[in-house]
Structures are given as C-alpha cells and as structure tokens.
Design a binder for this molecule. Structure first.
Ligand code: NDP
Length: 333
C-alpha cells in the first residue's frame, strides 16, 4: 500500500464465458474525501463470495456490477475519518467496500462490528457465511434431530458451517464436495457422517448409499444436476433450502436441470424455498449467540482461507469458483 494512493481493481469487461484475469485491471487513484453522511474506510479484509460472479450476469438482490467500475464486494474496514454520526475513527465496519484500499461509503450502508479476535471470524462464522448457514438450515430447512441433511458445496464457506450445525442439532449429515481430499476432510475433521465426491460422477448412486433413509433437508448451494439428484431422493415432507446455484454462475447460464420438479414436489409434499440472508438481519443476535457458544466450546470448527494482497483478489475469486478453497476465502489487503 503506497501513501496517499488508493489501489483499485476494476472489472474492465463482463465475462461471457469463464471468469479470467484479463477481465480485471489494477489502477491507482486518489484517496476519496468522504461527503456528509459518509465515512472514509481503510479496507482490511475483502470477502470472496461465489455471488461476486453472479452479480456480473445482471441485477439480482443487488444491482449488477458494470464494466469499468471498481469490482464490488463485501469487506471489513476500519474508519479513517467520518462525516456521519455514530461512526468514529478506529471503528470497525462491514459493508460493500469494493476491491480497493480505501472507500468512502454512506454510513447507512455500513454495519458496525464488535472487536473480535481473530478479526477474520467477522467475515466467516460471525459474518454472512455463518448467518446464511444458520438461518438457511434451521429457519428455512427446519432441520430436526434424527433427520438426514444433505448439503452441497459442503467444504466451502457456507456449506462447512451448515454441515456442522446439522451435526450439533443431532442430524445425520451428508456433504457433497469436489474431490477425495475435501470429502475426507469433511468426515475426518468436521464430523460429517458421509461425503459424496460429485467429481467422481454417479452422484445419484453415491448419494443413495450415503443417505439410505432418504433426504429430509437438502441445503442447495449449487443448483443444476446435483439439485436434480437430491430432489429425487427427498423424503415425504422434505425441505429444500435454496441458497445459491454456483454451478450456473461461471459461464453462460445453461439449460441444466433440475427436471421433473413439479411432479416430485406434489407427490412428496416438498417445500422448496429460496432465501436471502439479509432478510434475517434483525434476528442476527439470535444466531450469533449460538454460533459463539458452539465455536467457544469447540463444537464448531472455523475454517478460513486467507490470501495475502489486494493484487491477488481476481485470482482468488477465479480459484474459488474452481473449488480451490476450503472454508471461507478472503483477501487480506
Ligand atoms: P464457497 O466458499 O462455498 O465456495 C464455492 C465452492 O463451490 C467451491 O469451493 C467449489 O467446491 C464449489 N463449486 C464450484 N463450482 C461448482 C459446481 N459447478 N458444482 C458444484 N460445486 C461447485 O462459496 P460461498 O460460500 O460464497 O457460496 C456458497 C453458496 O452460497 C453460493 O451458491 C452462494 O451464492 C450462496 N450464498 C447465498 C446467500 C444467500 O443469502 N442466499 C448468502 C451467501 C452465499 P468443490 O471443490 O466442492 O467443487
């Protein structure tokens, strides 16, 4: 980081196929001056999220990311100076800081954070990932003791927490992840009962062996063919918590499955519900109380994957989409 300079990573071109380094460019500009109601932030950690790629396709629950703008992204930042009541230098906040060293952001778009050690937990287990896992599994999925829970992208940031909470709640837990190493890690380190390597092919058959009594809750992070394989193995009155569709993000959206959805939903009386974690922010403290207690007692292991250096942020996202990460990936600026 150079004195007086704000390094920024721009999305210079919207990808039509797979995301690649040439879609980004690093530039330098002056550190912005905060306006009334804004705080000047120094970014400490940038959150890498599968959704960063989805934002490039068009408007979702937020506006699309446009070409030749600073790449959007959540981050933890320290207030440098403030023209907003309630924020003072040294405060820690979460917000859409973008991929840059400094950002001037309206205070109404920022969440003040407590001081937690290590600070990175504010992006992982006590951040969007932990809250998404908690409310998606317990409120949307309504997982109960004795039920079988299946989660995809299970070794990722949201999935690794979903599986562990399900275990804490007394469910049988099956994770779906790419590769033998990740699957072995889920069962040996995170306490999953079984894991299915989707890159090995034959997901349907492997899932049937891993969940012989059928699936009561499927926490879907990926959509596509894996969702189709899970749908067919749902038990009556099962719940599918639709969290994301990462298999459809990186490239041209395909005509992939699931097929046969309406019939299955009727016959098996399934509930399939999408959700966005922001809708649960008023109940944030409820989740944080449980998450803190589980982390404190060692029941919930926090896995983080911290990449050093703002300049490495594009490659960090490309790698996340390719499955490089275990747990929550972030960049230390
Ligand atoms: P993760 O940390 O879970 O990383 C993504 C993982 O997805 C990769 O490591 C990779 O692991 C797996 N993956 C990539 N491509 C595929 C594919 N084609 N099929 C199956 N798995 C694939 O990312 P996030 O935690 O950021 O996101 C997880 C999901 O949660 C995303 O769908 C995201 O959009 C969603 N989300 C939703 C929120 C909400 O409010 N609804 C909030 C936050 C996240 P592997 O090696 O196993 O392939």
């Amino acid at each position: 980081m150079k004195d007086g300079v704000n390094r920024q990573i721009l999305l210079v071109e919207k990808p039509t196929g797979k995301l690649a380094p040439q879609h980004f460019k690093m530039t330098e500009s002056a550190i912005p001056e905060p306006r009334d109601g804004e705080a000047l932030l120094r970014v400490r950690y940038i959150s890498l999220d599968a959704a960063n790629r989805a934002w490039m396709h068009g408007a979702t629950y937020r506006a699309a990311v446009e070409a030749n703008t600073v790449m959007a992204g959540g981050g933890i930042a320290e207030v440098v100076s403030s023209r907003a009541p309630g924020l003072a230098p040294g405060d820690l906040v979460f917000g859409d800081t973008g991929w840059q060293d400094y950002a001037a952001v309206p205070a109404r778009h920022l969440t003040k954070l407590p001081k937690v050690e290590p600070m990175t937990h504010l992006l992982s287990v006590y951040g969007i990932a932990g809250l998404t896992a908690y409310f998606g599994l317990l409120d949307v999925g309504k997982a109960k003791a004795g039920e079988t829970v299946v989660v995809s992208a299970a070794a990722g940031s949201v999935g690794s927490i979903v599986g562990q909470i399900a275990g804490i709640k007394g469910c049988r837990v099956v994770g779906i992840a790419g590769g033998k190493d990740k699957c072995g890690w889920l069962t040996s380190e995170l306490g999953f009962d079984a894991a299915v390597d989707y890159k090995d092919g034959a997901v349907f058959k492997a899932l049937k062996a891993a969940a012989p009594d059928g699936v009561d809750v499927y926490f879907d992070n990926v959509g596509g063919d894996i969702l189709e394989a899970c749908l067919a193995q749902m038990n009556n009155h099962g719940r599918i918590a639709c969290c994301g569709a990462i298999s459809q993000y990186d490239g041209v959206p395909s005509a992939a499955g699931p097929r046969g959805v309406p019939g299955l939903i009727v016959v098996k009386r399934l509930t399939m519900q999408g959700f966005i974690v922001m809708d649960y922010m008023e109940r944030r403290n409820e989740a944080l109380r449980d998450l803190q207690s589980w982390v404190g007692s060692g029941k919930l292991k926090v896995q983080e994957d911290v990449i050093e250096g703002l300049q490495n942020t594009p490659q960090a996202l490309i790698g996340l989409l390719a499955g490089e990460n275990r747990g929550k990936r972030m960049v230390k600026v």
